[in-house]
Design a protein around this ligand. Sequence first.
Ligand SMILES: [Zn+2]
Length: 323
Amino acid sequence: MRVSCDTELGGSSTSVAARFRQQTLKNSIYCSGTGLHGGARVAMSLHPAVPDTGVVFRRSDIEGKDAIIQGRYDLVSDTRLCTTLSNEAGVSVATVEHLMAALAGCGLDNVIVEINGPELPIMDGSSEPFVFLIDCAGVVAQAAPRRVIRVLKPVSVADGASTASIEPWMGSSINIELDFETAVIGRQSLFVDMLADSFREKLSRARTFGFLHEVEALQAAGLARGGSMENAVVISGDTVLNEGGLRFDDECARHKALDCVGDLYLAGAAIIGHFHGVRPGHAINNKLLRKLLADETAWELVDMDGVADEIDMVEARGELVRA
Ligand SMILES: [Zn+2]
């Protein structure tokens, strides 16, 4: 993994006004690393983009317009091991979720992500290296209002033992519940208020995790070739095999919340609502987003400053109240 940070730390724009305006990067920035599943070395650059661009991926190894893949929920083509996006030409980019989470968590609306292969680098399996890159590049507010998706009525989906729902909420929050047999995870429940700037502190450092027998089976099938204890928490029975152990006691729940932040940001805007996931994963996150956005009575696109007063009033009282 290599991260270049030649510029002075740009810092994030955290002023109240910035919450109401779209934001992009101050400078372009570059990193390189390994793709988790293909195991290939990849180079990635993040570039500033004009208002209303959204997050757009550009494959530098592909010619012409087929190189462009929008960071959109309806282009999600595979969710088995990570979240993969594919355009009409069948050109894809995989493992977008941890970068999408960092972009959401740092309040970036408009970014071009240039990548020279079919998979983003896994870095250390968390979003922290991407947050560091964004901090190096700096964040600037743009002259266009930030829009958010406000959930108007509850929507839920189920998939085997997993459920996911989203409901109206005067804020943006995530509740994750996990129930695994291993003592490393057991039962965990995590609540995160995204508007209280919790992403960086609570979620960004949480790494992806896997079970040794699954990793071995994947590698025998030619997948997860870049996977190692450098970029994932590996669990065997009731033991964490990584030398340094876990970064948080509930690192797995925190990583699931990080994945939700990234997957939900493919909606194209931040969501004002409350997400509740029981054993969630990329497949159910995308299923929920598709069901929510397919029902035009379940949400509305509004300017952030139109809802910010209500959210601030709730936050000032130190409580979160259902809308
Ligand atoms: Zn993940």
